[in-house]
Design a protein. Structure first.
Length: 206
């Protein structure tokens, strides 16, 4: 009979599967993630991954949810560590944490935004993680609205800043930037947006 697995055993092996799937995606793209190859990489039988996930789609959803939560962890930590009396410093910290995460964890970042599953509704944990990650894009703006230093649509403006950060990052990963770095592009775009939305300060709200 198969060994009875504790909750800790299940969580540990699921994490190992997700790690392997993230590596496979980084090396070979979405099509490179297969249940057979995952089993081979982990040194288990071909059927073992099915004890933990229904199929490949479930694994990809779990990897994306984990990546979104790690992304949110990083941005929330940056926000909480910044001076609460300086909303602009908090915004800048969030932006810097976003860029740092994208470049330090490229496979996780690409899986978050470069892969969409048509059946996302089947994976509630993915929806919750994605919503949490997206919330980090507006939290610093909502703080500015609360203290009266900004009036406007936090969701819309948050998406504008998000686009200014995400676009150069994906251009970098596509290998189409020449003679300019993603970081330089992001800095200049944020400065332009700050001049429009926050003309009273030269700080970067991220």
């Amino acid at each position: 009979m198969p060994k009875a697995l504790s909750d800790e055993d299940v969580a540990e092996f699921r994490d190992r599967l997700c790690d392997a799937a993230e590596r496979q995606f980084g090396a070979h793209g979405l099509e490179g993630i297969t249940m057979r190859q995952l089993a081979h990489d982990l040194g288990v039988s071909a059927m073992t991954p099915y004890r933990y996930f229904k199929d490949k789609d479930a694994i990809v959803a779990a990897v994306r949810a984990r990546a979104s939560n790690r992304h949110a962890d990083a941005l929330e930590a940056a926000y909480d560590a910044a001076d609460p009396a300086d909303p602009y410093a908090r915004s800048a910290a969030v932006g810097e944490a976003y860029v740092r995460f994208a470049f330090e964890h490229p496979e996780a970042y690409k899986l978050m935004f470069d892969v969409r599953q048509d059946n996302e509704a089947d994976y509630p944990e993915l929806g919750v993680a994605g919503q949490r990650s997206r919330a980090t894009m507006t939290r610093h703006l909502e703080a500015k609205i609360a203290d009266g230093s900004f009036t406007g649509d936090a969701n819309l403006v948050g998406h504008i800043y998000w686009s200014a950060i995400h676009g150069p990052i994906m251009l970098h990963y596509s290998g189409v930037l020449h003679g300019v770095s993603a970081e330089e592009l992001i800095g200049r775009l944020i400065a332009i947006l700050n001049g429009h939305f926050f003309p009273e300060t030269s700080e970067q709200p991220g």
